[in-house]
Design a protein around this ligand. Structure first.
Ligand code: MRU
Length: 346
């Protein structure tokens, strides 16, 4: 069976009447799926990071809207207002990943059409978003693997894999496709403070029989200095029209280090991650998470003199990015023209 046909681990599964969400907080120790039957549950699943990763958040939210219509259409004359309120609630779940707002806009457009059966129409839209995301990942995998043809070693950061998407992954999709073609040493940064790299990425790769080497985030410069990697491959949570890309905190540091060491940086993301409305990365809202994710327990009290600053994304300027890979094509050196040319590309 080729990797194209093989099912990678699935973060989200539609059962026909509910959304099953793999609880990523429990990986890799436990594989536990929770089932949600309404938008409130899906919102909480996103807030609590049971489901995480920009495309997966968008897909989950789309199913959340489908569940909302399912719940209210039969029981209330005011179903449209109730669904609109659920859409507003879902939109508050995470601020940085634009896929969330993109997916909710797709659902709103579907609802704005004349519909014989709103329940089936919105579900069809959510399923299409899910299917298209998987297809986009496979396409990016091939395009990105072409670029990595001569690479011997790559590093990734955070988790931009099947767990963060509909399946196969963005950055990990590229790594999966490249790994099928050539011998490739794969390094993953542990990605403090939430450890998406240590808990999710290396586990996910191992599920597919892909060997990887985990490094402390602080070992990245020394790894690059050793000559072990040619490329860093990451995903994105929001890309501005000029090619600036928001991704998990630490990506910017890696980009700066990569420049110093002659290592290239690839950002792999579907066009649903591009925010056409913003010119540059300064306009991207960066999520701040609970300082307690960082603080040792002894500092978590009212009298403590120790606080923590915990932004969970940063923005890498386009000039530090060598290639942006999308399902619509590749933009090399995005600092030159940005990604605007992809907007109407097929
Ligand atoms: O905060 P998270 O875990 O939801 O982080 C999002 C991400 O997984 C990434 O930043 C990722 O690299 C891009 S989404 C495929």
């Amino acid at each position: 069976m080729t990797m194209q046909n093989k099912l990678t681990v699935q973060a989200l599964q539609w059962t026909g009447s509910a959304l099953k969400v793999l609880d990523q907080r429990q990986l890799p120790e436990k594989i536990v799926y929770d089932e949600y039957t309404d938008a409130l549950g899906v919102t909480e699943a996103i807030i609590s990071m049971r489901v995480r990763g920009a495309p997966a958040i968008g897909i989950a939210a789309a199913y959340g809207v489908a569940l909302s219509v399912r719940k209210y259409y039969a029981e209330s004359n005011h179903w449209r207002q109730k669904v609109a309120a659920d859409i507003e609630m879902l939109a508050t779940s995470r601020p940085t990943a634009v896929n969330l707002f993109w997916a909710l806009d797709q659902m709103k457009s579907t609802l704005a059409k004349p519909l014989d059966n709103p329940i089936t129409a919105v579900l069809a839209c959510a399923e299409r978003i899910h299917r298209d995301d998987i297809a986009a990942n496979h396409k990016m995998g091939e395009l990105g693997a072409d670029i990595l043809a001569d690479a011997k070693g790559v590093m990734t950061h955070c988790n931009a894999g099947a767990l963060a998407t509909g399946g196969y992954g963005t950055a990990l999709g590229v790594i999966r496709s490249a790994y099928q073609r050539q011998r490739l040493n794969v390094y993953a940064g542990e990605t403090r403070p939430w450890l998406q790299g240590a808990r999710l990425t290396v586990w996910e790769l191992a599920q597919d029989g892909i060997a990887s080497t985990l490094i402390a985030d602080s070992a990245a410069a020394w790894l690059m200095k050793s000559g072990a990697i040619d490329w860093i491959v990451v995903g994105a949570d929001r890309i501005a029209a000029n090619g600036d890309a928001a991704n998990k905190i630490g990506t910017y540091s890696l980009a700066v280090l990569a420049k110093q060491h002659g290592v290239k940086l690839m950002v792999a993301a579907p066009t649903s991650t591009i925010d056409w409305n913003i010119d540059n990365g300064d306009q991207i809202e960066i999520e701040q998470r609970n300082p307690n994710e960082l603080l040792p327990a002894c500092y978590i009290n009212e009298d403590s003199l120790v606080s923590a600053w915990n932004p969970v994304f940063d923005v890498t300027p386009a000039e530090l990015i060598s290639a942006i890979v999308t399902e619509r094509g590749v933009v090399l050196n995005p600092a030159e023209q940005g990604v605007r040319g992809l907007r109407h590309a097929l």
